[in-house]
Design a protein. Structure first.
Length: 256
């Protein structure tokens, strides 16, 4: 490619086309292809490049605890949910119906990881996702205390994500101010966008941990009205994986 054409494409923000064209120029197999065939391959390459960049950006912006989480890494023999059921969830049809998902279970049961798997899959389908621990959500709210405009902007931002993952949900009982914020957030997200709630406490315990009363009723109604609960896993998956890693390391050392 001559330098002038390369500069023109770059000035038009078409650097990915430059990359695709130069890749063809270095591939001898393209010598026998027609112009249309080469152009089609360039377009496919550019589409792939742009898709990969978009997904990488969405995953980075989501701030997942486990950004590399994948379906392939899940061991369904250790979980109560079947691979088929989880694959149906990973198709993201629940986002189309603005359904919620609850993931509950004891410490080490892989709740956060499985929620990140779903989040990453959503990013791969170009949905905007955000992962946050409930404590950090309120910490940010406290930082905005006294600035009503910024608090409303923060609330709106959280309400607009196609998928919001709230980890460590209700790990401690909330203050009246925090309950009010949760209510406003659920009100904005209900039947518009999906939320994944990750908690050590069963759904039956949430009403009490939200303070009980009318406001808790309203919050729970917006959560469970259109919700799928992933069956809790009682086994400590984290310990099992750590044990397997240690045993593998020992085997590698002893085999040398």
């Amino acid at each position: 490619m001559n330098i002038d054409l390369k500069k023109k494409l770059q000035s038009l923000e078409l650097s990915d086309f430059v990359e695709a064209i130069e890749s063809q120029e270095n591939n001898i197999s393209y010598v026998d292809k027609t112009f249309e065939e080469r152009l089609n391959d360039i377009c496919e390459t550019v589409a792939t490049i742009r898709y990969n960049k978009l997904v990488a950006k969405l995953i980075k912006n989501a701030e997942f605890k486990y950004p590399q989480a994948s379906i392939e890494s899940l061991n369904f023999d250790l979980r109560e949910i079947t691979k088929e059921t989880f694959s149906n969830l990973a198709s993201m049809r629940f986002l189309e119906s603005a359904s919620n998902i609850t993931v509950t279970g004891p410490t080490g049961s892989g709740k956060t990881y499985i929620s990140c798997v779903l989040g990453v899959e959503a990013c791969k389908r170009a949905y905007r996702v955000y992962y946050i621990r409930l404590q950090n959500l309120f910490k940010r709210l406290d930082e905005l205390q006294g600035n009503v405009k910024d608090q409303k902007r923060y609330l709106k931002r959280l309400s607009n994500y196609s998928l919001l993952i709230i980890d460590e949900w209700l790990i401690y009982k909330l203050s009246d101010k925090e309950v009010k914020f949760v209510y406003e957030l659920m009100e904005l997200r209900a039947e518009r966008n999906s939320t994944i709630f990750v908690s050590q406490f069963s759904v039956d315990e949430w009403h009490e941990r939200l303070g009980g009363g009318i406001q808790a009723d309203s919050i729970m109604d917006r959560i469970v009205h259109n919700n799928y609960e992933i069956p809790p896993t009682t086994e400590n998956i984290r310990k099992k994986y750590d044990s397997e890693k240690i045993n593998k390391l020992i085997d590698e050392i002893e085999s040398k």
